[in-house]
Ligand binder design. Structure first.
Ligand code: GLC
Length: 564
């Protein structure tokens, strides 16, 4: 990249330097599937430490690690028993500290996942609440509600004692306090002490029975989480991804939801648990706390709401980022992308924060598969990744997205996702261990010790064709494309072609050519139709696959254009 093109704007005051996260690309690591340092078939901190140079060589700015804190692993760590420690399955606190300093030495920031909506039913405070009995202050830390026992049916396996499995068998005769549904399927309530005539309380769990919801209306819960944030910020962690950030507060009195209607997704479809106004106070408080540290710590929210509502969580005194989830629901459809892009831009203009792009994470079907699967899906996933990295705002890449890994159809008997067990969809297919080597030994290089147990999820045959090893040797691979895009992105920020003030102006040109004009110098174009289309005027800086024809863009290719 040479100097910035001449731009006929008078020089006025110098804009403040953008915060690091405004231009950042963060790589999501799902530790149990990234690299297995001790050979037990489950990824861990030792494996991640060993593979840090790989992440640094990608050219990303940091890592978001999904939970590795002590947990019975009912929901693969999203059921926490101790927010301030390391589960022995993943390693030790010393290893975490070493990971943090090694990552920092490589220029990588570390973000952790904080899970404030619920804990594990084995968390000491929940156990104390169950033991203390109905009406106790201990129970007020959670949502316990008394309800009559139906003695005709004692078949309720969804209880605090049976919660470790995360399962729940709903007894039709036993009527819970309201009609809320669990996100994972089935009702959102289980008995505290099944079969007891004296303890007739139910407890609320928006996810599995092993994940009781905290009662955020009790100030002690907020104080408890302040301590959790301080613990990790004091250690030098650079930021937090906030799990189910929009659901912490439930409507006062826990009224019935008007819209259950058999929908499995108990969150988005339930206005009594989603997006309650009181929740914003939490993020104001957390932002104040995050800014007591130098450098300021980053808060990024899993706010799975439509753009205008999600953007309210990134107002100037709340989180700095919230994932632009609207995009992950879209197929290969230029009109839909443009419409959602413009909605996100309108939200940015209203509330100031640029969208935070993500096309994949550990909960979502891999984009290769969403966009049609096979060769077609993988070409489109490359194009989508190129588009994503050129859009205004920060971006998150999920491990394996740089390899264009497809979703795996995990054999039914090997599935472990509690969402699947409770009747929902299965998320295991996006969580299969990464293929590092072509060769299948040592679980395709996933296991780094001398011996390798079976991986916690089986890898499909032919997994090595996607491997890091193979892609490193292929100049045209998705892995090398990702590195090139990230390097170019850095140059564009350096040369101020990309700035923190950029906004996306989206439109569709004939032939389903999607265009996002980032600013007067730069645009992203994606050919989403079936025929080649006219390339927009300017210099092509990057294309997802080599251009086949002068001045034309082939279907399923994407380009970055320096506008003429
Ligand atoms: C978030 C996590 C998901 C987890 C759920 C409950 O959506 O990303 O993996 O199951 O929260 O914690």
């Amino acid at each position: 990249m040479s100097a910035r093109p001449v731009c006929p704007v008078e020089e006025t005051a110098v804009a403040p330097a953008p915060d690091w996260w405004q231009s950042a690309v963060i790589y999501e690591v799902y530790p149990r599937s990234f690299a297995d340092g001790d050979g037990d078939g489950v990824g861990d901190l030792a494996g991640l430490i060993a593979r840090l140079p790989y992440i640094a060589a990608l050219g990303v700015d940091g890592i978001w690690m999904t939970p590795f804190q002590p947990s019975p692993q009912v929901d693969q760590g999203y059921d926490v028993t101790d927010y301030c420690d390391v589960d022995p399955l993943f390693g030790t606190m010393e290893q975490f500290e070493s990971l943090l300093s090694k990552a920092h030495a490589l220029g990588l920031r570390i973000l952790l996942d904080v899970v404030p909506n619920h804990c594990s039913s084995e968390h000491p405070l929940f156990q104390a609440a169950v033991a203390a009995g109905p009406g106790s202050p201990e129970r007020d830390m959670f949502h316990f509600v008394t309800g009559p026992v139906d003695m005709t049916d004692d078949d309720d396996a969804g209880s605090a004692s049976g919660a470790a499995s995360g399962g729940s068998i709903d007894s039709a005769n036993d009527v819970p306090p309201n009609n809320w549904q669990s996100v994972f399927g089935g009702r959102a309530w289980s008995r505290a002490t099944p079969g007891s005539a004296t303890d007739t309380d139910w407890y609320l769990h928006l996810f599995s029975a092993g994940q009781p919801d905290w009662n955020w209306r009790n100030p002690a819960v907020g104080d408890y989480f302040d301590g959790v944030l301080r613990f990790w910020f004091d250690k030098g962690v650079d930021g937090l991804r906030i799990d189910v950030a929009h659901a912490l507060f439930k409507a006062d009195g826990l009224p019935d939801s008007p819209s259950t209607g058999g929908v499995v997704d108990g969150l988005r479809s339930n206005p009594q648990v989603s997006d309650q106004e009181d929740v914003h106070e939490v993020y104001r408080r957390w932002r104040t706390l995050a800014e007591k540290y130098e450098p300021h710590r980053l808060l990024v929210g899993e706010v799975n709401l439509e753009p205008a509502r999600a953007a309210r969580y990134t107002r100037a005194d709340e989180m700095q980022q919230a994932f632009a989830f609207a995009f992950v629901k879209l197929g290969w459809d230029a009109e839909a992308w443009a419409a959602v892009g413009n909605e996100l831009e309108a939200a940015r203009q209203l509330h100031g924060a640029a969208p935070t792009w993500a096309l994949e994470n550990h909960d979502i079907v891999r984009s290769v598969t969403r966009f049609g699967g096979g060769e077609l899906g993988s070409v489109r996933a490359r194009a989508a990744l190129v588009a994503l990295l050129g859009l205004p705002g920060a971006a998150y890449i999920y491990q394996g997205q740089e390899l264009v890994l497809p979703e795996v159809d995990v054999p039914v008997e090997a599935r472990v996702d509690p969402m699947w067990a409770r009747g929902g969809v299965c998320r295991d297919g996006a969580r299969v261990p990464l293929p590092w080597t072509d060769d299948a030994t040592m679980n395709h290089g996933f296991s780094l010790a001398g011996t390798a147990a079976e991986p916690w999820l089986p890898v499909p045959s032919g997994w090595g064709t996607h491997s890091v090893e193979r892609q490193e040797q292929d100049p045209q691979s998705a892995l090398n494309l990702t590195k090139t895009a990230l390097e170019l992105r850095r140059q564009l920020w350096k040369n101020e072609i990309f700035t923190a003030n950029d906004g996306g102006s989206w439109r569709v040109e004939p032939g389903h050519l999607l265009i996002c004009e980032r600013n007067e110098h730069f645009l992203v174009a994606v050919a989403m139709g079936a025929e080649p289309v006219q390339l927009p005027a300017g210099t092509v800086l990057l294309s997802a696959v080599p251009l086949a024809e002068e001045g034309r863009l082939q279907p399923n290719n994407a380009v970055w254009v320096l506008r003429g």
